[in-house]
Structures are given as structure tokens and as C-alpha cells.
Design a protein around this ligand. Structure first.
Ligand SMILES: Cc1cc2nc3c(=O)[nH]c(=O)nc-3n(C[C@H](O)[C@H](O)[C@H](O)COP(=O)(O)OP(=O)(O)OC[C@H]3O[C@@H](n4cnc5c(N)ncnc54)[C@H](O)[C@@H]3O)c2cc1C
Length: 752
């Protein structure tokens, strides 16, 4: 599956990375049906709920219960859209997404879980830790545990509201984790006994274990809210005295998220989508729903528990394959008797099936084996992004890098330009071919300075909207780097030939919407453009700007532009974004980038350089460039050549995006890396610098990279403070040196 490849195949959209959808992805990774597959995720990592209590007790690290859905999806040949689904229109077959246009589908499947009931009660949202969505619970409860342990106050009062399996496990596991503080743990449940729906023998064992661990069980009282009373926080009850607490865990039943609210399909009274035994919506064959977010028409009392979502997985896989082949669908029958295994946190567990209960450390070992085996099936990559043995490396399938890593090499460009006749003399041109820079600039007959720049790239991923957004953010950056204000844009979008007209239109619409999503907030007006057809998607922009505020360029050419060559010896080089997008996007294409790494890289490339450019002006930067395809080294090289000076870069100070260092250490490289590496010829590199784990970042091609500012040393503290206050990074990566005496304009060192 090539990055950027839209197809004419039926479009299947999986919404959410729940327990059933990860199975679909695994199955499609092994044997891919002919389908144009998209996965929509509100977060790149899904949580396996069965191991959450083990995380709380300290048995597992968070990474052990996280399913990194991104590489799994990549293996399945899926396009991943990182955005929250807001709802859908079944008649029009469009899925609404937060912050971007709706996307069309032919088949849709929902596996988005649930949220915890009762969050609307007074004070609960503010004072309690809700346990669903489960993804948010993990971070929140880790923070709470760390805070309690750091505080060290003895006998913290912990209230767990909800006496189902989740509540019971959390009460025991918190009790164990905070044992050194001797917590007072109470389990509050409005029913007559804990664990409704579980066998009597199992309930009895849990009650006995609670008594042994001094966990108070408060039954038959309903929590109706929470509030602050002076320094105290209390849980308000329907009867009797309020209960004071230091930590309140809210693990009451499940209600639906709002995604189905206005879809017009039949929902149950809690807002869950009603589905037939085939897991299809009651009135629509093209809508599937599984796990917590669905209620079975024929078995509406089926509990909202992960094991049902897990068991629905194989039926969903079979039915998605069957519907694509127009074959008969299978039916799901929820298991009535299932193995229940409750983690008591201390290394033991209580289990039950067929009315019998059992208990011990062997039960916990058994649960641990089952859970780990389940997880193993979905772990494509290890912590460093290496394939786990269960997932062999992905076949290359002819992918080539996109973004700013798809360029002709700097040497090729230089040679081609050198073969041309010298540029035409034109005194109105301030920055042009005789003085190459990030953008061209000229003076109009009226004395205004105008700036123009053009950029085009192949997609670095197969989400057309995202490609458009990044392309625009990247293109305007050249204008910011010159101290100019981008004002107008022309777009060129070439869509892949061979698509139906409808798909071409959709591709074009998504790209243009992405461009607008980046340009509009910056006050840049898209005024026109050009479209075409070619083998792959190509997105280009010409940007036109001015110096803003009526600034004029004096006739001597010493304008308020920030040319890349206006360096002064002794200035510091300050970088405003971390490096590593080249290797990260390459790895993502190869299914080797971990979800959280890619999320951080995307946040970086989507960040505009407008604020950094303002800081450049405020602190009197004299020269600025933006770091793109030629990498940090290539762009610094251009600066020092233009200035006739030298520079020293410090690899120890290079800021790296998460995962970039690990990938480079494993030999992963963007396609353009080798081209950029040739620029190291003639560079004086210290021996320790070669060996430094960040050395290769010098030549990693960046897409929509940061600005590099040349700043006088006394201005550096103010520059760093302002950059960081505005949300940018500020890293002093080098220093401007005088003209070289040994021929090496660039030196690469490594601070101790
Ligand atoms: C503490 C605790 C322990 C539990 N232990 C167990 C147990 O041992 N066994 C058991 O069977 N059940 C357990 N449960 C219940 C279990 O958590 C849920 O029933 C289960 O997670 C539901 O699985 P699911 O696949 O339906 O959805 P989820 O696992 O909740 O997955 C939903 C996915 O969709 C994504 N998503 C959500 N909304 C959107 C959106 N709008 N757009 C895009 N993506 C979205 C989420 O990020 C997530 O990846 C436990 C619950 C708790 C609170």
C-alpha cells in the first residue's frame, strides 16, 4: 500500500481501536481483503482493560497494556486518521470528525467503547477519577498514585464507587499499591451485594477477601454527588452521612458516548446502538457496531465488558469479509457462562465459572498468561520500534518517502543552476537567483517589498487532508523565515489518475480543506490554483507576502528582510523545532513508527512558524532560515556559504522528536538521508560527534521543520524564554565562526 494511494475499492471505515477492531486489523494484516480501509482513532494507543487493575497494583507498566494501533493498522494497509469521530449520517454515508471535514464510507464499523455513568452528578466530574473512557483512566490513575505516594500522608481515604468487577479489582489493587500508606479503602455500591450477575460462591470469596484486607464494603447506599467542605472533600449519599475522601474512583455502569445521538438509527435508552446478531444496525446493513457501544437486540442484558467485545471480534471479521464478497453473514451469540478472573492486587486472584469459585496466586498466574497472550497478538513493535517476532518486517511495496524528503539532492540542484546563464540583472530583485534564499523578494515601483515562495510535495502519508494541512504549514514557513507576512496562496493539486470522478473530487476536496485549515487561521487567503492528474498525489503552493505594517526596503538593499546569509561572527544558532520527521515518516510508512511517536511528529509539522518568526524580530535575529529537506546541516551550509563565514554545530544539543534517535540507531533512514549525508564531505567532524547517537539527525530531511535563528549571544536567554513561552522549542545548536582557515566552513562538535 503506497502512501498517498487512494483507490476505487469499497471504503471500509473502522471507528475506534477497541477490542474487536484490533482483531480486524490483525486479521487483515494476515490476509487483506480488497478494500480501501481507514481507521479513525481519537488516540493512537488502545488500552486492554483486563490488565488495568494490574497496572494499578504495580504489576504491569503502562506499555504492557497498550495496543499501539498505528503500526497494526499500517500492517493491515489501513489509512489512519487521528481524530475524534463526532457522529455520522447513515443516509449520506459520511462520518463526521472533529476539526476536519467529514469522510465518506461504503461500510462503517463502530468500536468506540463507553463512558462511565453518573458524570453529570454534582461535583463528580471535578472531584472523581472516572474509569471510562479506559484510555484516559490509565494516565489519570498513575498520576493519582504518584501524587499519593509523593505526598506520603498516612491513611489516605480512598472511595471506590461501583461494586462491579472493575470497582472490586480497583479497590483491591489500590489497597495493595498504597499499602505503605495504610489506606482506608471503601467500596460503595448501591445494590444489596457486590458483583451483580456473578455466582454466589465467587461473591462470598470476594467479601471474605475484602474483610481480610480491611476494605470496607458499603452496600445499599447510592452516591448522589461530591463537594468540597472547607479542606475536606466529601461524597454525598442518598441516605446517611457524607463520606470524606482523599481519592474518589468512579466506576459505575456504562453509558454511551455521544456519537450516535443524532444518527437517526435505533438506540437503547442509554444511547447505545442496537444491533442484530450479525452485529449490523437494526435498519442498515452498512453499519456495524461492537463492544460496549452496541447493544444486542436479542440479548440486551449482555454486560458492557471487554470479554464480549473480544468474542465479537471473530464474528465481525467474518461478517466484514462476507459482506465484501456478498456472502451470507454469521451470527454472534453472547456466551452466558464465562470465566471471571478478578485481580486482588497482591499476586493472587479469585476466579469463577459454572458457579464454582477458586482463589490463589495460581489463579493470578493463569489470568496473567491469558492476558499476555491476548496482548501479544497485537504488539507489532517493541519499545524501540523494532518488529516483534510475531510480526515479521513489512514488505517494502515500493514506498518512497514524501514530504520534504522527496526532492532532488542539493548537489544536483546546485549543478543544474550553475549550468544556467547568469541570472538577468534586475535591480528590483532583493532575493533571487543571484542571492538564493528560502523565498524570493523584490521591490515594487511603489517601494513595497513583496515576497514569494513555492513548494510542492508528494504525500508523506495517505491522509489527504493532513497532507494538505502540512503542505500549507510548510509552504508559508519560507515567508516567515524571511520576516515576511504571507498573504495569498495559489495551490496546485495533482490527484492520482485512475480514480473515479467521485473519488477524485473527494481527494481534491480533502486536500483543499487541509490547505484552508492551515492557511485561514494565519490570515493567508487561498486565491486560486491549478489541478491535474498524475500517477500520485502532489500538493504544491505558491505563497505571496509582504513585509507587513507598511515596512519599506531601503534602496541600498539593507531591508527588514531576514536573508539567510546575514550572519555575524559569534552569533548563536537557535533552532525552534525538534528534528527527526524524515526518519519518523519513513518509519511510519514502513509500519515501524510507534503511534505516540507519530502523534508527536505530526504535532510538530502542523505547528506554524508564525510565533517563532515574531520572536526572531523581537530579539533582533539578523539571519533566519527554515529547516526542511536538506536537513539542519544542509541549511546551515547554505547560510555560511551565503555569508562567507563558518559555523560550528553541536550534536549534543540537537533536539530530537520522540523515537527519532531509536530509529536512526537501528539503521532506519529516510530516502533522502544519503543525499544529505554527502554534504558531510569537507565538514570537520570531531571523533566523538561521529559516534554521538544524534549525529545522523544533522542530515535527516525535515518536513515543515523549525526556524534557525542567528542571534547575538546576549539576546539568547530572552529568545529562548520567548520561544518556550509561545510553545516553541528553543535549542542553541551552534555558533557562527569566522571564515575558515583550513577550508572547513562547517565544524561538528559534541559538547561533553
Ligand atoms: C477498571 C476496569 C477494569 C475492567 N476490567 C475488565 C475485565 O477484566 N474484563 C472485561 O471484560 N471488562 C473489563 N472492563 C470493562 C471494559 O473496560 C470495557 O467493557 C471494554 O473496554 C469495552 O471494550 P470496547 O472494545 O467496546 O471499547 P474500548 O476498549 O473502550 O475501546 C474503544 C476505543 O475507541 C476509541 N474511541 C472512543 N471514542 C472515540 C471516538 N469518538 N472517535 C474515535 N475513537 C474513539 C478509544 O480511544 C478506544 O481505543 C473493565 C473496566 C474498568 C473500568
Amino acid at each position: 500500500v503506497k502512501a498517498g494511494a487512494a483507490t476505487n475499492l469499497p471504503r471500509l471505515v473502522l471507528v475506534g481501536g477497541g477490542h474487536a477492531h484490533v482483531q480486524v486489523l490483525r486479521s487483515f494484516a494476515m490476509d487483506r481483503p480488497p478494500v480501501d480501509l481507514t481507521v479513525v482513532l481519537d488516540r493512537p494507543v488502545a488500552i486492554y482493560s483486563g490488565m488495568v487493575p494490574g497496572l494499578v497494583s504495580g504489576r504491569y507498566q503502562a506499555s504492557e497494556l497498550e495496543i499501539d494501533v498505528l503500526p497494526l493498522a499500517r500492517r493491515a494497509g489501513a489509512r489512519v486518521i487521528l481524530a475524534r469521530a463526532e457522529g455520522f449520517a447513515p443516509q449520506e454515508r459520511r462520518l463526521r470528525l472533529e476539526g476536519r471535514p467529514a469522510i465518506p464510507y461504503d461500510l462503517i464499523s463502530w468500536n468506540v467503547g463507553s463512558v462511565v455513568a453518573g458524570l453529570g452528578l454534582p461535583g463528580i466530574c471535578e472531584l472523581a477519577v472516572p474509569t471510562r473512557p479506559i484510555g484516559q483512566l490509565v494516565r489519570r490513575i498513575q498520576d493519582e498514585i504518584a501524587a499519593s505516594l509523593a505526598d506520603g500522608g498516612t491513611r489516605p481515604r480512598i472511595l471506590v464507587v461501583g461494586g462491579g468487577a472493575g470497582g472490586v479489582e480497583l479497590a483491591f489493587c489500590l489497597r495493595h499499591r498504597l499499602a505503605e500508606l495504610q489506606p482506608k479503602v471503601s467500596l460503595v455500591h448501591d445494590g444489596a451485594h457486590l458483583l451483580p450477575g456473578f455466582a454466589h460462591d465467587l461473591r462470598r470469596r470476594v467479601q471474605e477477601a475484602a474483610a481480610r484486607k480491611a476494605i470496607a464494603v458499603i452496600l445499599g447506599r447510592r452516591a448522589i454527588g461530591a463537594e468540597r467542605r472547607g479542606h475536606e472533600r466529601v461524597l454525598l449519599m442518598d441516605r446517611g452521612e457524607p463520606l470524606p475522601f482523599d481519592l474518589l474512583i468512579w466506576v459505575t455502569g456504562a453509558v454511551a458516548t455521544r456519537v450516535f445521538q443524532d444518527c437517526g438509527l435505533e438506540l437503547d435508552k442509554l444511547g447505545f446502538l442496537m444491533v442484530r446478531p450479525t452485529l449490523q444496525a437494526k435498519s442498515r446493513d452498512d453499519v456495524f457496531a461492537v463492544g460496549d457501544c452496541a447493544t444486542l437486540l436479542e440479548e440486551p442484558g449482555t454486560p458492557k465488558a471487554g470479554i464480549f467485545a473480544v468474542r465479537e471480534g471473530p464474528v465481525l471479521i467474518a461478517n466484514l469479509r462476507a459482506i465484501l464478497r456478498r456472502r451470507a453473514l454469521s451470527e454472534y451469540k453472547p456466551q452466558r457462562k464465562f470465566l471471571a478472573l478478578l485481580n486482588l492486587g497482591d499476586g493472587s486472584a479469585i476466579g469463577g465459572k459454572w458457579g464454582f469459585a477458586f482463589e490463589g496466586t495460581w489463579v493470578m498466574r493463569w489470568k496473567d498468561r491469558i492476558d499476555r497472550k491476548f496482548m501479544e497478538r497485537f504488539q507489532v513493535l517493541d519499545e524501540d520500534g523494532a518488529y516483534r517476532p510475531s510480526f515479521p518486517p513489512m514488505p517494502a511495496m515500493g514506498q518512497t518517502c514524501g514530504g520534504c524528503a522527496a526532492k532532488v539532492g542539493p548537489a544536483v540542484l546546485e549543478r543544474a543552476l550553475a549550468r544556467m546563464a547568469p541570472p538577468r540583472e534586475d535591480s528590483s530583485v532583493l532575493l533571487g537567483l543571484s542571492r538564493p534564499d528560502d523565498a524570493a523578494a523584490w521591490r515594487t515601483p511603489g517601494g513595497d517589498v513583496l515576497v514569494a515562495t513555492i513548494d510542492a510535495f508528494k504525500p508523506f502519508c495517505d491522509d489527504a487532508f493532513l497532507v494538505g494541512r502540512v503542505a500549507a504549514t510548510n509552504a508559508v514557513s519560507d515567508a516567515y523565515a524571511k520576516g515576511a507576512r504571507p498573504r495569498y496562496a495559489l495551490a496546485m493539486v495533482v490527484v492520482p489518475e485512475g480514480l473515479t470522478e467521485e473519488r477524485q473530487e473527494e481527494e481534491l476536496f480533502q486536500v483543499l480543506s487541509g490547505l484552508r485549515a492551515a492557511l485561514d487561521p494565519l490570515g493567508v487567503t487561498l486565491v486560486g490554483g491549478h489541478s491535474g492528474l498524475a500517477a500520485v498525489l502532489l500538493v504544491g503552493l505558491a505563497i505571496f507576502g509582504d513585509l507587513g505594517g507598511g515596512d519599506r526596503a531601503p534602496n541600498d538593499g539593507r531591508s527588514t528582510l531576514l536573508p539567510k546569509g546575514a550572519l555575524r561572527v559569534g552569533q548563536r544558532l537557535v533552532l525552534t523545532k525538534a528534528l527527526g520527521t524524515g526518519v519518523l515518516f519513513h518509519a511510519a510508512m514502513m509500519g515501524q513508527a510507534r503511534g505516540p511517536w507519530l502523534e508527536a511528529a505530526l504535532a510538530s509539522v502542523l505547528r506554524s512558524n508564525v510565533a517563532a518568526a515574531a520572536v526572531a524580530r523581537e530579539v533582533g535575529a539578523t539571519a533566519v532560515t527554515d529547516i526542511t529537506g536538506f536537513g539542519l546541516l544542509g541549511h546551515v551550509r547554505e547560510m555560511v556559504h551565503a555569508a562567507g563565514l563558518g559555523a560550528r554545530l553541536d550534536v549534543g544539543e540537537l533536539p530530537a522528536l520522540p523515537g527519532a534517535e531509536a530509529l536512526l540507531a537501528r539503521g532506519s533512514r529516510s530516502d533522502f538521508h544519503d543525499q544529505n549525508s554527502r554534504l558531510l564531505q569537507g565538514v570537520a567532524v570531531q571523533a566523538e560527534a561521529w559516534r554521538h547517537p544524534r549525529f545522523e539527525l544533522l542530515v535527516d530531511p525535515q518536513t515543515s521543520g523549525g526556524l534557525l535563528l542567528a542571534i547575538d549571544p546576549e539576546q539568547v536567554p530572552a529568545a529562548l524564554a520567548k520561544l518556550r513561552a509561545g510553545g516553541d522549542l528553543g535549542a542553541v545548536v551552534g555558533e557562527v565562526l569566522g571564515p575558515p582557515t583550513d577550508g572547513a566552513r562547517l565544524r561538528v562538535a559534541c559538547s561533553p
